[in-house]
Design a protein around this ligand. Structure first.
Ligand code: FE2
Ligand code: FE2
Length: 320
């Protein structure tokens, strides 16, 4: 008897959920949602949060060596923004019923994924420019449509994040522009950094849609609004005139615009490299996780002090 009542309720709830999605309304934490929707969102939002946090490392590497006070201030602000993005996103994921501690343990124990792009090294100052321009640029293409994601807390977090990402992309472009207009050596350094980051940035959109099994379901749930290939097209279209403005060459020598289809025809992406980095065999996978664990351990006293302070405050309130 109980089972059948539950089944009827679930069907009604499912119908309500479907109607909200259909009407382009938001699903909020108080609403019933299918378990698979909840799990997909927890995975996506927590991976996104981890990427913001791990993504601080390749750039933090250059804060002490930025070429001027102005550049140092800009880079510090950018890296701090990424920490903030991680925090908004962990908070959004917490509304789905996972704790911050659990997400943190998944990351430091190597059970969670984060964007592969952060497993590459940053050997020169020009890499700061290439990351801002290409990596944050690709992130913007991915993230602007997420502002309309069907899950309310995720969409709202993305609105704030996207505003800051635009600044990140501009500062990266400006670093490259200054180098590209500098000495031949500086221009060469800018070109080499762009050569290092261009292909990994294209890989940030993920494999082609036919090779991406979860894409269709995420689109039906209106978490995702465009396919990986559509977003990659948009990104390449954005980069082409900017390469010209910079006076740098696009590393994809086969890239051309097909007038008939209105699509960019790109050179072959090396997906074996993508898979290798995803599987933990990228240039800096081990280093990134090691650093994250060290940061977690050395921050233990802060967490303990904050917990003790909160306990004292609670006790004082009870005694009053
Ligand atoms: Fe970010
Ligand atoms: Fe960013």
């Amino acid at each position: 008897m109980t089972t059948s009542v539950t089944a009827v309720e679930t069907t009604e709830e499912q119908a309500h959920f479907d109607a909200l999605i259909e009407a382009d309304l938001r699903i909020e934490p108080r609403d019933w949602m299918p378990e698979a929707y909840r799990k997909t969102l927890i995975r996506q939002i927590s991976q996104h949060a981890h990427s913001e946090i791990i993504g601080m490392q390749p750039e933090a590497n250059w804060i002490t060596r930025a070429p001027s006070l102005k550049r140092k201030a800009i880079l510090m602000a950018k890296v701090q923004d990424e920490a903030g993005h991680g925090l908004y996103l962990y908070s959004a994921a917490q509304t789905l019923g996972i704790t911050r501690e659990e997400m943190n343990m998944q990351l430091i124990e190597g059970r969670a994924r984060y964007s592969s792009i952060f497993n590459y090294h940053t050997p020169t100052w020009a890499d700061m420019g290439a990351i801002g321009w290409l990596v944050d640029g690709a992130a913007i293409c991915n993230q602007v449509p997420l502002c309309r994601a069907s899950y309310g807390p995720y969409g709202r977090a993305m609105v704030r994040i996207c505003k800051e990402e635009s600044f990140h992309q501009r500062q990266g472009f400006e670093i490259l522009l200054e180098l590209a207009q500098g000495t031949p050596e500086q221009k060469q350094m800018a070109q080499e950094a762009v050569d290092r980051w261009y292909w990994p940035a294209l890989m940030m959109f993920g494999p082609s849609d036919d090779a991406s099994p979860n894409s269709a379901r995420s689109m039906a749930w209106k978490i995702k609004r465009f396919s990986n290939d559509e977003l990659r097209q948009r990104f390449v279209g954005m980069c082409v005139p900017q390469f010209e403005a910079l006076g740098l060459e696009c590393p994809d020598k086969d890239l051309r615009f097909d007038e008939e289809t209105g699509q960019w025809i790109m050179g072959e992406i090396d997906w074996s490299e993508f898979e290798a980095v995803l599987d933990g065999r990228g240039p800096a996978n081990t280093e990134r996780l090691k650093r994250r664990r060290e940061a977690h351990d050395s921050g233990a006293w802060v967490r303990e002090a904050a917990t003790a302070y909160a306990r004292k405050q609670a006790e004082a309130r009870l005694a009053a």
